[in-house]
Write a protein that binds this ligand. Structure first.
Ligand SMILES: *[C@@H]1O[C@H](CO)[C@@H](O)[C@H](O)[C@H]1NC(C)=O
Length: 245
């Protein structure tokens, strides 16, 4: 179950439209250019979501904080289970939206939103013990993974449901996909702090960033999908549909 982050952002903007400054946008399905309206609404919602929405129990999306995250082994290059704690994902609010396509019906909607994120920075405590590219890797420390010039796609579907005679939206799917131009890895304290082995391993990871990332990318994307779907539902389940569209 996944969906597109950006429509989430848009909805945050729309449902708060009544309480926020007048530059906050709200889109109608009868607008002549709904997709353009949605794109602008999503874009202007990003800084609002970055602050968090305590009234909806929604934490900030910049950084996104995840107490613990486990990414399973890949099928190719990455033969290691990756354990992370105290994860912070930075810069989501800097996404530049460039295209939104929507299909809005009486019983639900689907939205595909594309954007570009210049530098997405993932920081965490890590614990690894296995093989990457057939080379043994072991370590426990802090790491920084930077995704450079990432094309981000959110693919969202929602259905209308009725509660106490009012209509609400439930987000069914919130797929996130990430296509970076490059990934940069820095795992500190690999091999119990052995600097030569650690530098060599970081170089191997960076020289082969694409094979390493592709093998486990869906793990990261699914983590983001779950977070965004959860946030979207925290908001939509409290705001009747007629306040949104
Ligand atoms: C790293 O090791 C310490 C001490 O054994 C442990 O408390 C910590 O949870 C480990 N880090 C991770 C990310 O598992």
């Amino acid at each position: 179950m996944k969906e597109s982050t950006f429509s989430l952002l848009f909805f945050v903007g729309t449902c708060l439209g009544l309480k926020l400054p007048p530059d906050f946008r709200r889109c109608r399905r009868t607008d002549s250019n709904t997709d353009l309206c949605l794109k602008n609404a999503i874009q202007s919602s990003l800084p609002v979501l970055a602050k968090g929405l305590p009234e909806f129990d929604v934490d900030s999306i910049d950084p996104i904080r995840i107490p613990s995250l486990t990414i399973g082994e890949g099928k190719g290059a990455v033969q290691v289970i990756q354990y992370y704690k105290n994860v912070e994902i930075h810069n989501i609010k800097s996404i530049i939206m460039n295209n939104v396509k929507s299909d809005i019906k009486d019983d639900g909607f689907s939205i595909v939103a594309n954007g570009l994120l210049k530098n997405c920075v993932f920081e965490a405590d890590y614990n690894l013990n296995g093989n990457i590219l057939v080379v043994p890797i072991t370590g426990n420390g802090t790491c920084t993974i930077t995704l450079v010039n990432t094309k981000v796609t959110f693919d969202i579907t929602a259905k209308v449901f009725t509660r106490n005679e009012k209509e609400y939206l439930e987000i069914k799917r919130f797929d996130v996909s990430l296509e970076p131009e490059k990934a940069e890895y820095n795992f500190r304290n690999l091999f119990n702090g052995d600097p030569t082995l650690g530098d060599t391993m970081n170089k191997i990871l960076n020289d082969n960033w694409k094979d390493v990332l592709d093998d486990v990318k869906t793990g990261y994307e699914e983590a983001l999908s779950i977070i965004f779907r959860r946030i979207a539902n925290l908001i939509f389940k409290k705001v009747p549909l007629d306040e949104i569209f």
